[in-house]
Ligand binder design. Structure first.
Ligand SMILES: Nc1ncnc2c1ncn2[C@@H]1O[C@H](COP(=O)(O)OP(=O)(O)OP(=O)(O)O)[C@@H](O)[C@H]1O
Ligand SMILES: [Mg+2]
Length: 444
């Protein structure tokens, strides 16, 4: 690290499914995070979303794009609404999903992602007051939806193309769990070699890796074992919708019974079709329900329902395009339950009529029973990683949990019961970017 004059700034970029972050490691080892302004505050995590809007000016139409917090803001303010695109990272390994059409023009996934990366670069340049064209960028060991190492390699090639398009001329990739290990090693001063298990729980994926971290504060490059699941925080949100929101909107309500004969069984026909409720579970699908066909279905469902107020509330949810607000309300509840034994679900934006009720107190125990299946999948995945690598739980010196979903107490408990007193957590949203920057510095 002697002739640092011609070294490029050590930049780490974590492009996540839900959130992204950028860090710079100064030559003295101090790590600085890039801050992003939002309407209400400044944060170190940038929502990985893109919003495309069509503008009509002087008889000409053009398309304008916004990213991160400004994408959300423009989306909320717009009427009619343009296209809000999220979870772009999860499309990278797909050979069939190469792009999407917006306002009659085709965009490749690389093009769409590059707009987010380009804005991340611009924010970093502004704060760090220097041009940035080099970066160490994270990649998951296994991408969501990837079936083979070839798919992963394909995803990395596309991510690389997006980075090039966004103005990065030199890019190095590093495994996200190795980056998290760098961040862990940096925070703790190690005196001997440790075998650590990294658990990264994000929005789309959960990822587990076993690796050694040496006393030189650097992980060895070898991952002893890795496994992952294509489920994390988004799946928990979907459960809250299914167990709490959809029932209040009539998913368990039936048609009024017209049975005349007393010996005839009650008429148990669901008032509204189940597929409509499935679309509520992923908030960005909600806008697909704003069609005349769905409006007709719900209008007649309401006329026949035992509880028409519930269907009426569902109709206004769709008419008012409240998918984003619904998702916010669900996430608020989930996050409150990470810190409290019970929390209140509220959804003030929803127009409700008559006796309809959607506000409700939920206990952490309720929530944990709703996500029981997901928790079991995580447990199975961790246990099978230990089994296939032949490593006994006692041999693991430390477990480092990171990612937003590692805040969920039931997720932490999975590790606390298997590795008592050895679980550490921290920098849930930024550890990967910090570790990537430290990795870039080590390579300088
Ligand atoms: N306090 C909290 N309690 C529970 N969940 C939380 C909390 N804060 C954030 N989350 C959840 O964490 C998830 C986002 O985590 P993170 O930013 O680490 O994901 P990501 O890196 O973008 O995704 P991925 O790693 O899947 O690419 C979301 O599902 C969010 O709801
Ligand atoms: Mg992540």
């Amino acid at each position: 690290m002697s002739s640092s004059a011609h070294h490029h700034p050590a930049i780490g970029i974590d492009f996540g499914t839900t959130n992204s972050s950028v860090a710079l490691a100064h030559p003295n080892g101090r790590v600085e995070l890039v801050a992003f302004p939002t309407a209400s505050a400044t944060t170190h995590s940038f929502r990985s979303v893109l919003y495309l809007e069509q503008l009509k000016q002087a008889g000409r139409t053009s398309t304008k794009s916004f990213t991160g917090p400004s994408a959300i803001q423009h989306y909320l303010d717009a009427d009619p609404k343009g296209r809000l695109i999220q979870s772009l990272k999860s499309y990278l390994p797909s050979r069939t999903l190469t792009g999407t059409e917006v306002f009659g023009r085709r965009y490749t996934i690389e093009d769409l992602i590059s707009r987010i990366l380009s804005d991340l670069r611009a924010h970093a340049e502004l704060q760090l007051q220097q041009p940035i064209h080099h970066a160490t960028v994270g990649r998951p060991v296994r991408f969501v939806g990837s079936d083979s190492p070839e798919d992963d390699a394909f995803a990395v090639t596309r991510l690389h193309a997006a980075l090039t398009h966004a103005g990065f001329t030199e890019v190095k990739f590093e495994m996200e769990p190795i980056a998290a290990a760098y961040a862990y090693a940096y925070e703790s001063t190690l005196t001997h070699d440790e075998l650590i298990l990294i658990g990264d729980f994000g929005g789309g994926t959960s990822d587990f890796s076993l690796l050694h971290v040496g006393p030189n504060s650097r992980p060895t490059e070898r991952i002893l074992g890795n496994s992952g699941l294509g489920l994390a925080g988004d799946a928990f949100d979907a459960r809250i919708v299914r167990k709490l929101v959809s029932p209040a909107l009539g998913s368990e309500s039936f048609e009024r019974s017209y049975s005349q004969a007393p010996d005839r069984p009650a008429n148990l026909i669901p008032a509204a079709p189940a597929w409509i409720y499935r679309n509520l579970e992923r908030w960005h699908y909600l806008s697909f329900l704003k069609t005349r066909n769905v409006a007709e279905i719900l209008k007649s469902a309401r006329a026949r329902a035992e509880d028409p107020d519930q269907i009426a509330a569902l109709i206004s949810l769709i008419e008012d395009d409240l998918g984003y607000q619904l998702h916010q309300a669900v996430q608020r509840l989930k996050i409150d339950l990470s810190h409290n034994d019970s929390a209140r679900f509220t959804f003030p934006q929803l127009r409700i009529s008559g006796s309809m009720e959607i506000e409700r107190t939920v206990t952490r125990a309720d929530f944990e029973s709703w996500i029981a299946e997901e928790l079991t999948s995580i447990e199975t995945c961790v246990d099978s990683l230990l089994q296939t690598t032949g490593i006994a739980p006692e041999k693991v010196d430390r477990v480092f949990l990171t990612g937003g979903t590692s805040f969920v107490p039931a997720v932490r408990r999975i590790f606390e019961s298997r590795f008592p007193t050895r679980v550490v957590t921290g920098n849930e949203f930024t550890s990967v970017a910090q570790g990537l920057a430290l990795r870039a510095l080590a390579a300088n």
